[in-house]
Design a protein around this ligand. Structure first.
Ligand code: T4K
Length: 367
């Protein structure tokens, strides 16, 4: 991709000198992975930052979700959203579980709690909703349903790092939450992720599962994977976490600029921050409504002609993927289907300058 293009996001990086300083120690101790000093330091920092009781770091968000589902020893059907990245559903299926797709709410793009109960069968073991774009699911309604039916709740919080809802860290809702620290996320460790959980009993299984299920030098108790975060990634996380508050406040300025530029454009639906949410401004989605006069793909094309590469997160829906469409029908999730045809996420990152935001909005207004 040419560097002069404006891409949907751009990784945050610390000053190079800061990172070099942070990794110097690794040349002294030659300990590069397998839960070293940086890994443990970042873990402690994250527990405080996210205001959670338990957390295990992983090599990426996807493995965090896979390991969490395995550690919970779930069996049967999992109610989830098709309006997400491939990872969410793949983690379910790769654990031998069956995804059951629930439609989303039109305004916040997260699982519609009113549609969950109709999907519950005697095989349902869990609900796995997604905090899409950093919009928080209706956590209270979902918990009520889970409690009533004895189901676990696992949140895909890949987009929601650092958010608080009603004064509580977002990772404290449900039984488990997964965060992604991928290069494209608000907080990155290059590749990385974490799982936060309430049940202290999951700590040891998660620690062992991410290290091949090794219990001790002579005993392997479970069929684990290799999902350890290495020391270079953890060091990047330590540096990036120091600057995160500033990064999020810059994102907020970008968000406010977009809102003021686009709020008067008829047919462009914006995504206001929910009440009681301290947002991380992860993404800037717009929904192109009929009133705009042309469809989402035209908007995407016009932006691309101007070297602005917006992305259709999330199109197609997961239940339309080649690997799932024989078993699932996107007509069963009509709102998710409709939004996936209309949504566009505009460039959003801390260093996006106001002049570029104006230029992006001018292209949209010009259509
Ligand atoms: N659940 C949800 C809801 C998720 O959105 C994701 C990941 C996961 C689970 C899984 O978490 P991880 O296992 O990834 O930790 C990107 C990311 O690769 C993916 O992490 C993310 N969601 C997804 C929404 O977006 P692509 O295929 O769109 O990435 P790509 O390579 O096209 O990059 C998008 C833009 O980001 C580029 O145009 C420029 C920028 N970029 C990219 C990279 C790789 C950078 O600035 N630096 C970089 O190093 O999936």
């Amino acid at each position: 991709m040419a560097l002069d293009k404006i891409l949907v996001t751009r990784s945050s990086l610390p000053e190079m000198e800061e990172y070099v300083e942070e990794i110097k120690e690794l040349w002294e101790n030659h300990w590069l992975t397998n839960m070293g000093v940086k890994h443990n330091q970042l873990k402690d920092m994250l527990i405080k930052y996210l205001r959670v009781s338990h957390l295990e770091m992983m090599s990426n968000g996807h493995m965090a979700l896979e390991m969490a589902l395995q550690a919970m020893k779930l069996d049967g059907e999992v109610i989830t959203s098709p309006f997400t990245f491939a990872s969410t559903t793949h983690a379910i299926v790769r654990n031998g579980l069956k995804p059951v797709f629930c439609d989303i709410e039109r305004d916040r793009y997260t699982m519609d709690p009113e549609k969950i109960e109709a999907l519950i069968t005697e095989k349902t073991c869990a609900i796995l909703p997604v905090h899409v774009y950093g919009n928080v699911c209706d956590v209270e309604a979902i918990q009520k349903i889970a409690d009533k039916h004895g189901l676990k709740v696992i949140y895909d919080a890949a987009h929601a790092f650092g958010e608080t809802y009603k004064g509580k860290g977002i990772g404290t809702y449900g039984d488990v939450s997964m965060f992604s620290f991928h290069a494209t996320k608000v907080f990155n460790t290059i590749e990385g992720g974490a799982v936060c959980f309430k049940d202290a009993g999951l700590e040891r299984p998660l620690y062992e599962l991410k290290n091949f299920g090794i219990h001790n030098a002579e005993e392997v108790r479970a069929i684990g994977a290799n999902a350890k975060m290495n020391e270079f990634c953890a060091a990047m996380g330590i540096c990036n976490l120091r600057h995160l508050a500033e990064e999020i406040s810059k994102r907020k300025m970008v968000y406010e600029k977009y809102m003021s530029e686009l709020s008067t454009v008829k047919g462009i639906k914006l995504n206001p921050v929910q009440e009681d949410l301290v947002s991380n401004y992860a993404y800037f989605p717009i929904v192109v409504e009929d009133e705009f006069g042309c469809d989402r793909d035209v908007v995407w094309q016009k932006l691309a002609e101007n070297d602005i590469i917006a992305r259709k997160y999330f199109y197609p829906l997961v239940n339309e993927y080649e690997c799932y469409r024989k078993m699932h029908n996107s007509a069963d999730t009509p709102i998710a289907k409709d939004i996936s045809m209309r949504v566009l996420t505009l460039p959003m990152y801390a260093d996006l300058d106001m002049h570029t935001v104006e230029r992006i909005c001018a292209v949209i207004k010009g259509i």
